[in-house]
Ligand binder design. Sequence first.
Ligand code: HEC
Length: 106
Amino acid sequence: MRLISVALLALMAAAPVWAEVKGDPAAGKVKAYTCTGCHGITGYRNVYPHFHVPRIAGQNYEYLVAALKAYEAGTRKHSTMVAQAQSLSEQDIADIAAYLANTTNP
Ligand code: HEC
């Protein structure tokens, strides 16, 4: 157990962990469903017109993963997004980012 965590730590130090996880856009499309309510990527409809929600469709894959990891770790603070990110696994984040990065909705 101890050895495994030491090995994991070494791995994390050596390379960005997310580079090891491959995102599946098809799975990401399903997982990103809850995000669309706020981020409005379907037809870019914003259901909450009075607060600013950044556009995430078409963003750079690495940027999306980094942003979600920052919320998850709490280094980027926004109560809603922290809660969202903490409910996602590493694979979920990779899948969602792979989907969003390949979506061209304006
Ligand atoms: C309840 C509304 C809501 C939901 C649901 C939501 N978000 Fe967000 N999201 C926001 C808001 C508001 C911000 C801007 C927060 C800030 O200023 O840091 C944001 C920011 C982001 C950012 C950073 C964008 C940037 O330009 O830096 C990403 C990436 C993101 N959300 C992805 C997601 C994903 C993926 C999901 C679904 C798992 C999701 N969000 C669900 C409201 C939401």
